[in-house]
Each structure stands twice: as structure tokens, then as C-alpha cells.
Design a protein around this ligand. Structure first.
Ligand code: PLP
Length: 302
């Protein structure tokens, strides 16, 4: 008999070809693929980064049982830290804007972690500044992965997401948005190493005042240290309504129930696909599960 932990359930997620939704694009011979990261155990792509950062902390001795895991999060990384903290026996404390969805806060609490709510008007930057203050006040008490500046976040996707995606669909184009940018940077770097002709497109919200929860508008917010725009060959901007509409189409036309950032990524992939020649293969990421947004505008009124 073999035994495994929840940590072993991360990754190896399926890639789904969006056949029905891309049929109406008006181009022939262009395929659109989406890596279904909501199959990860806590329901999002962030399981990969959280697992890598915690294991690195344990491996280097920076995280021990006397310390509390502490970070700022828009929700998904926090849920992943909380899940792994429960499985590994660590205390977890998370700073997040108070307007993060009720589902996210409840999930974190269900896993036994503590939520500290920060000013919603200050967004993810406000949560980040608040957590920095907390660490400064009591540095020996905490393990602070700092997901925005931690290269283990990028490495997680370089070692896993990018490797899997290339094997699964050999993309000619990859498009994704950025929270910390770990998924975008690590996956893109690996794809470029396999094939330097893979075109990398950065998805960005079309306004600093967007509703793409979990996504950062990089021109208007604190830039993560792990982000390096030079890897991008192009950029696609997406509006909040288009992201919502696409997430709803994914559910109704493909049987894929996901959140707003997944809708934004797929909208960007479809926009890019429309411009491409026959034989092109566009890949993107389905970042998280739609259940996380049941009380939010995306699914509240269904
Ligand atoms: C809903 C959602 N989508 C996408 C992402 C992007 O992930 P990354 O931090 O790897 O850029 C995040 C990150 O926090 C997120 O919360």
C-alpha cells in the first residue's frame, strides 16, 4: 500500500482544448488550449507556488515549527498556504483586502488559518504594505515567503507548469495574466527554452480600476521583483465585462466552471487566435475554480 499527502496531489492538471468556444472565431486550423489549474487540491494554480515556497523554507531551515507562515494574498495563495499549513502542522496568518470574496476568507478559516483584513481601497498593495509592517515588528516570529519577490514562485512553474504544458499541447503561443507573475514568468521561460519561437503574450487588465480579481495592473501597482517584461513578445488588454462573459461561456459551452481571471485569460487567447495563421496552437491558464465566486457578480445572479 502507498500513502501520500495533499502535497503530492499538486500539478499534472489536464489541458482542455476549447473546441466549441473557438469554433466561432472565423479562423480555420487554429487551436486553443487551456490548462485546468482548478484541478489542483485547493482549487487554484497557486498550489504550485505555495508548495514550492514552503518546501524551500523548510529545506533551508527558514521555516520551523516555532514560526508562523505569514504573507499577503488576494486569496488563492492564502488558501493554498492554509491547506498546506494544516497538512504540515504550521500556523498560518494571511493579510488580504477586506473585499476579497467571502468564499476565500471562509476557506482560509476552514483550514484553520487566521485572516487579517486590510483596506479594500488599497487593494493588494495595501495588504502587502501591512504584512511588511507586521514582519518588521516581530521578525523572528514569522516565515514570510513574500510571493511577489520569491523566485521559488517562478521556479515552481518553470519546473512543473511549463514542462507539463509543452508535453500536453506543444503551444506556438502562450498568453497569461499576472498576479505575482509567477505563473507567467516560470511557464514562459520554460516554453521559450523548449522552443525559442514560442510567442509569449502578456494579458493585462485594460484599466487600473478593473474587476479581474487576483490580477495586477502592472503599470499602476507595486511591480513584483520576479516580473521581467522582456520575456513578452506582445500584450493583450482585457476588460472586466469581456472576462465575465467569457467565464460564463466557458461554463455553458465547454463545461468549465472557473473564475474571472480564467475568463480574462481565455478572452485574450481567443483574441490572439483570431489573428493567427493555420496550424497555430494557443495555450492559456484556467487559474481557479468558479465556486470561489458564488457570492460575487460573476455567478451571484445566475
Ligand atoms: C484568481 C487568480 N488568478 C490568477 C492569479 C495569477 O497567478 P500568479 O501569481 O502566478 O501571477 C492569481 C494570483 O494570485 C489569482 O489569485
Amino acid at each position: 500500500m502507498t500513502s501520500s499527502s495533499i502535497l503530492d496531489a499538486v500539478g499534472n492538471t489536464p489541458v482542455i482544448e476549447l473546441k466549441r468556444i473557438s469554433a466561432g472565431l472565423g479562423v480555420s486550423g487554429v487551436s486553443v488550449f487551456a490548462k485546468a489549474e482548478y484541478f489542483n487540491p485547493s482549487g487554484s494554480v497557486k498550489d504550485r507556488a505555495a508548495r514550492a515556497m514552503l518546501l524551500h523554507g523548510i529545506g533551508t531551515g527558514q521555516l520551523n515549527k516555532d514560526k508562523t507562515i505569514l504573507d499577503s494574498t488576494s486569496g488563492n495563495t492564502g488558501i493554498a498556504y492554509a491547506m498546506f499549513g494544516a497538512a504540515l502542522g504550521y500556523k498560518v496568518e494571511l493579510f488580504m483586502p477586506s473585499n476579497a470574496s467571502a468564499e476565500r476568507k471562509k476557506l482560509i478559516k476552514a483550514y484553520g488559518a487566521k485572516v487579517v483584513e486590510t483596506d479594500p481601497l488599497e487593494g493588494s498593495d495595501g495588504a502587502y504594505m501591512a504584512v511588511m509592517e507586521r514582519v518588521k515588528g516581530d521578525p523572528d516570529k514569522f516565515f514570510f515567503p513574500n510571493q511577489y519577490d520569491n523566485f521559488e514562485n517562478v521556479r515552481a512553474h518553470y519546473e512543473t507548469t511549463g514542462v507539463e504544458l509543452y508535453k500536453q499541447c506543444k503551444p506556438t503561443h502562450f498568453v497569461a495574466g499576472t498576479g505575482t507573475s509567477g505563473t507567467f514568468m516560470g511557464t514562459s521561460k520554460r516554453l521559450k527554452e523548449y522552443d525559442s519561437s514560442v510567442h509569449i503574450a502578456l494579458m493585462q487588465p485594460d484599466s487600473p480600476f478593473h474587476g479581474l480579481e487576483g490580477m495586477k495592473h502592472l503599470g499602476a501597482t507595486i511591480r513584483p521583483k520576479i516580473f521581467d517584461e522582456s520575456i513578452a513578445d506582445g500584450r493583450v488588454e482585457v476588460g472586466t465585462e469581456d472576462a465575465y462573459k467569457t467565464a460564463r461561456r466557458l461554463a455553458a459551452e465547454e463545461g468549465i466552471f472557473v473564475g474571472v481571471s480564467s475568463g480574462a485569460n481565455v478572452f485574450a487567447a481567443l483574441e490572439l487566435a483570431k489573428t493567427l495563421p493555420e496550424g497555430s496552437r494557443v495555450a492559456t491558464i484556467l487559474c481557479d475554480n468558479g465556486y470561489r465566486y458564488m457570492t460575487e457578480p460573476l455567478w451571484r445572479d445566475v
